[in-house]
Design a binder for this molecule. Structure first.
Ligand code: 5MM
Length: 343
């Protein structure tokens, strides 16, 4: 594979494919495994992720890249093959989460800033040696009374730009992920409020990326969709979510960015697929629009697996189905009937 940042970024948003976000930190993956009654150990985390990465059809046809966690990028499958090699042999690009989590922002206890810049240059060099060709850093912006503040948006955007510059220096494509939360502690905002905050955030992020000298052709943006909070009194329709999101992105994301890979953020599997498909139906757009889902790509497979080796084929089928639905959505060709046919 080409080692040029621009070529890697293009491969990450290849037609009909998207990114599998499998970079749950130890605390998050524990919650996921708890939900199916499986203890979170190094071995069960490996078994679960090996099941996903060995899902041949899903990985070969619909997954362009996989975001890994530090533990996973160093792990070997049961037969001794490095998990990274399994990903590469499917044709997908291995990537790595390099942020060290969203921590309380000093003097602004209701808000967070993502940490992890100290020592990042050295960590990126090591991850490159382990096979990572892209990285991910997630900033979280919450909406509630009086927040977000400019201080929070500015601090997070600045950190994203410093991270992105270090990545590009290390020949690693940065996924820039500023997430305006739909499932924060309050989450009672409507889609219009989400629009305003997302627009403010993305404008600030692209200002900072410009000042840091980022090559826009060699990055991928991973934003939230413009959507109401989970406790909002009224939800926006799928068509409204798609229209608001495309309008917001057109107003803020330069055309030089090759692709936008959405996070699912707490949407149901089908909602996340439906929204993506509607947005692509409205194309052509200046950039590719695809998925970088965690929960919305894994939930069905996790449930079908249940920690039992005999369930691996069923879990892989569930993963392949979800990946195919999202692959179709990435080219605006998903229809609700396709879900029923599979059921
Ligand atoms: C897979 O989850 C990622 C890591 O989360 P933690 O650092 O909290 O463990 C997360 O960043 C994820 O990549 C994005 O939120 C997208 O996942 P969803 O589930 O929102 O599509």
């Amino acid at each position: 594979m080409s080692e040029w940042l621009e070529d890697i970024a293009q491969a990450m948003v290849a037609d009909g494919k998207g990114i599998l976000a499998a970079d749950e930190s130890t605390g998050t993956i524990k919650k996921r495994l708890d939900s199916i009654g499986v203890a979170s150990t190094e071995e069960t985390r490996r078994d679960y992720r090996e099941m996903l990465f060995r899902a041949e059809e899903a990985m070969r046809d619909y997954v362009s890249g996989v975001i890994l966690y530090d533990e996973t990028i160093r792990q070997k499958a049961v037969d001794g093959t490095p998990l990274v090699d399994i990903i590469k042999s499917s044709g997908a690009v291995p990537g790595i989460k390099v942020d060290q989590g969203a921590k309380a922002l000093a003097l602004r206890p209701a808000e967070k800033v993502t940490e992890g810049l100290d020592g990042l240059r050295e960590r990126l060099e090591a991850y490159y040696g382990l096979g990572a060709r892209f990285a991910k850093w997630r900033a979280v912006i919450d909406i509630a009374d009086g927040i977000p503040t400019w201080a929070c948006i500015k601090a997070n955007a600045h950190a994203l730009a410093r991270y992105a510059a270090l990545c590009q220096e290390a020949r690693i494509v940065p996924i820039v992920e500023p997430e305006v939360l739909m499932d924060g502690p309050v989450a009672a905002h409507d889609a219009q409020e989400c629009y305003k905050v997302t627009e403010w955030t993305l404008n600030t992020v692209f200002d900072e990326l410009y000042e840091a000298g980022i090559v826009l052709e060699g990055m991928v943006l991973k934003p939230n969709m413009v959507i109401a909070g989970k406790n909002a009194p009224s939800k926006a329709s799928p068509q409204e979510v798609a229209e608001l999101t495309v309008r917001c992105l057109k107003a803020t994301v330069p055309a030089a960015v090759p692709g936008i890979a959405f996070l699912s953020g707490g949407q149901s599997d089908q909602e996340a697929t439906h929204h993506l498909s509607l947005m692509n139906e409205m194309g052509p757009h200046p950039w590719k629009l695809t998925f970088s889902y965690g929960r919305a790509l894994q939930a069905a497979a996790l449930k079908a697996w249940g920690g039992k080796p005999e369930n691996v084929p069923a879990a892989q089928r569930a993963f392949a189905h979800r990946a195919r639905m999202n692959g179709l959505a990435a080219s605006g060709r998903w229809q609700p009937d396709l879900e029923k046919q599979a059921a």
